[in-house]
Design a protein around this ligand. Structure first.
Ligand code: ATP
Ligand code: MG
Length: 328
């Protein structure tokens, strides 16, 4: 009986010690973990407070261990970077707008002042009022274009994802602009036109192509050949507008999509420098990538779209892309 009692006691003792040690380790470990966790949560909230206080460049420290908190911090930092970029873009845009709308307004004012000082007859006034009206119309158009870009970029309306036959748009636009191109002594053709269906907004896509074709007509000398091509293959649709005009120097190619940006030599032509900003906004909305390159000589603008789900890039029954010849 004594032996059994000794054994019982020993077992009880061993269990007590084991439970105590486990409890102690558990509590200590838990405390350590929660202190480390709270410290990192503190770091996140400190960063948030710094940003609220105005330090937009502040970022959450990342330990590099790749744990859950690190991943969260990385994602939050990424988000903060994106917001900072957008803010910077916004600041630049408002600067550009203020800057570029001042000039025509100042010109208008000068004109009116001059008329007031020099006009001798009612006819003089009539001419001046007509000129002023024309200038205000241009200004209003500029505002309308700005608002339209903002609307498309801001996604005020949910994006339209209708199946759109891009080849039909190219055909319509090329047909519509051929007479004015010819009038200017330019050739507008679309040598290759694969059938391609993308998801998007027909009206916006048409506007985008119109802007690009208009540019190729407006910013090139007589005798220029303008080619609009549509190629479809392996899930990607590429729309290319290429001319053999003067092109855009490599260092300026990144800037032409900015609002109001125009090359020095284009300052005397009509336009406000918003056409390509609209093109970029529409392309972004359609998840299409725009690239500008040298057409040797001339400018080549390419837009890569994803093929609309379930649509076929290839014409039915044939493995080869259709080549439509427009001999205009
Ligand atoms: N095909 C081209 N060849 C040469 N330069 C071009 C071409 N397309 C655009 N550019 C240059 O890029 C600039 C920006 O083009 P964008 O379409 O944004 O403005 P814009 O045509 O001047 O005015 P608008 O607002 O009426 O379109 C043009 O002013 C021109 O200098
Ligand atoms: Mg333009």
């Amino acid at each position: 009986l004594e032996w059994i009692e000794d054994a019982d006691e020993a077992i009880f003792h061993a269990f007590s010690v084991a439970v105590l040690v486990t409890l102690g380790l558990g509590i200590a470990g838990g405390a350590l973990l929660s202190v480390a966790f709270l410290q990192r949560v503190d770091a996140i909230s400190r960063t948030a407070e710094a940003i609220i206080a105005g330090d937009l460049a502040s970022r959450i420290p990342v330990r590099g261990t790749g744990d859950d908190l690190d991943r969260l911090s990385n994602t939050l930092n990424h988000m903060l970077g994106r917001i900072a970029d957008l803010m910077e873009g916004l600041r630049q845009v408002s600067n550009d707008i203020a800057h570029d709308l001042r000039t025509p307004l100042a010109r208008l004012r000068q004109r009116l002042e001059r008329v007031r000082a020099t006009a001798a007859s009612v006819d003089d006034y009539a001419v001046a009022v007509d000129a002023a009206l024309a200038e205000t119309d241009t200004l209003l158009e500029t505002f309308a274009a700005l608002l339209r870009i903002a609307q498309i970029e801001g996604g005020a309306r949910p994006p339209v994802r209708d199946p759109v036959e891009l080849h039909a748009i190219v055909e319509t636009v090329v047909e519509a602009f051929t007479p004015s191109a010819e009038e200017d002594g330019k050739v507008l053709v679309s040598p290759r036109l694969d059938p391609a269906v993308v998801a998007g907004d027909r009206e916006l896509l048409t506007q985008m192509l119109v802007n690009l074709v208009e540019n190729a007509i407006r910013h090139t000398p007589a005798g220029t050949r303008i080619e609009v091509d549509l190629t479809a293959g392996s899930g990607v649709v590429r729309l290319t507008i290429a001319d053999d005009g003067p092109g855009v120097p490599a260092e300026e190619r990144g800037r032409i999509f900015r609002r109001f940006y125009r090359l020095e030599r284009s300052r005397t032509t009509d336009g406000s420098g918003l056409g390509l900003s609209l093109v970029k906004a529409i392309a972004d909305r359609h998840e299409a990538t725009v690239s500008v390159s040298d057409n040797r000589p001339g400018l080549r603008v390419s837009l890569d779209f994803n093929l609309h789900d379930g649509a076929s890039a290839q014409p039915a029954g044939g493995g080869h892309p259709v080549t439509a010849q427009h001999s205009r």
